[in-house]
Design a protein around this ligand. Structure first.
Ligand SMILES: Cc1cc2nc3c(=O)[nH]c(=O)nc-3n(C[C@H](O)[C@H](O)[C@H](O)COP(=O)(O)O)c2cc1C
Length: 263
């Protein structure tokens, strides 16, 4: 099993320490697990400049694609991945937000449907759970099948030592994540991710190459024309009905809210 670890903190501090404990725990369950580490602080990705080329003509045209594409490739090649991000001002650190800004187009054109993820955060006192929740929301938008969360109150500047209670929680979450990845079982998506998926699927017709404001969405969604969610992901009947309803709403709304851009 190959697990990609995206260290989305500006230094190797408390969150990194916690992540190492998770890795050790996973290795206890299966010594063959391989961890491939990315340290965002070593890559120095320039800030997302908001050019929107990823949305309009495709992410390959991002001026920073030389940094972004290798990360996307590593996600694709992994069995699943971990995102590790400290809690700064109740939110993810800028270095993490910069990565997810560069990948914001993924909510328009989701993928990674067979991947599972684990979001890890530490905080001094409060809001580690806000950080892991916000990462989980972002990842569901990317298409990730399930995201586990490990938020921890470290009560420390850079000297985190897990308590007995933390060690138990680390073991429990690491085990759940490992077992789920190992099982290769795909879970039915929550209602949340079905909304953007089916809205974009419906709205793509107004952005095909023959339209006034073509975008990459108009090309991408052809593969999902008759599908309420990605292939191989279980969709019970009530979710299919809901997804089709969202699709119909999207079809109705789309012509009234065409997104323009300067040519
Ligand atoms: C810039 C900055 C902002 C922080 N903001 C918060 C905060 O909003 N709430 C909190 O309880 N702790 C806050 N802390 C403390 C950290 O969340 C805590 O020390 C955390 O474990 C740091 O993880 P790291 O060592 O991986 O960066 C902040 C620390 C820094 C450096």
């Amino acid at each position: 099993m190959r697990i990609l670890v995206i260290n989305a903190c500006p230094h190797r501090g408390n969150t990194w320490t916690l992540t190492k404990f998770v890795e050790e725990e996973m290795l206890k369950f299966d010594s063959t697990v391989e961890f491939d580490e990315i340290y965002l602080e070593e890559i120095s990705i320039p800030f997302c400049c908001g050019c929107s080329l990823c949305f309009r003509i495709g992410h390959h045209f991002c001026p920073h694609n030389q940094y972004i594409q290798p990360i996307m490739d590593k996600i694709s090649e992994s069995d699943s991945f971990i995102i590790s991000a400290s809690c700064y001002q109740g939110a993810v650190p800028a270095i993490c937000k910069n990565l997810t800004d560069h990948l914001a187009f993924l909510i328009h054109r989701p993928r990674y449907f067979n991947k599972k993820a684990l979001a890890i955060s530490t905080t001094g006192g409060v809001s580690a759970d806000s950080v892991t929740k916000s990462i989980a929301n972002t990842l569901h938008g990317w298409g990730i099948n399930r995201c586990y969360q490990l938020p921890i109150v470290a009560l420390s500047w850079n000297d985190y030592q897990p308590t007995e209670k933390h060690l138990k929680l680390i073991s429990k979450i690491a085990k759940k994540f490992y077992k789920d990845v190992k099982s290769q079982k795909m879970h039915s998506p929550h209602i949340g991710p079905l909304i953007p998926f089916n809205l974009y699927r419906a709205m793509c017709y107004d952005y095909t190459p023959d339209k006034e404001y073509p975008t990459q969405d108009g090309v991408f969604w052809k593969q999902y024309q008759d599908m309420t969610y990605a292939k191989g992901i279980p969709m019970p009947i009530h979710k299919r009905v809901f997804a089709n309803l969202v699709y119909l709403i999207g079809k109705k709304l789309s012509p009234k809210m065409i997104v323009t851009y300067k040519k």
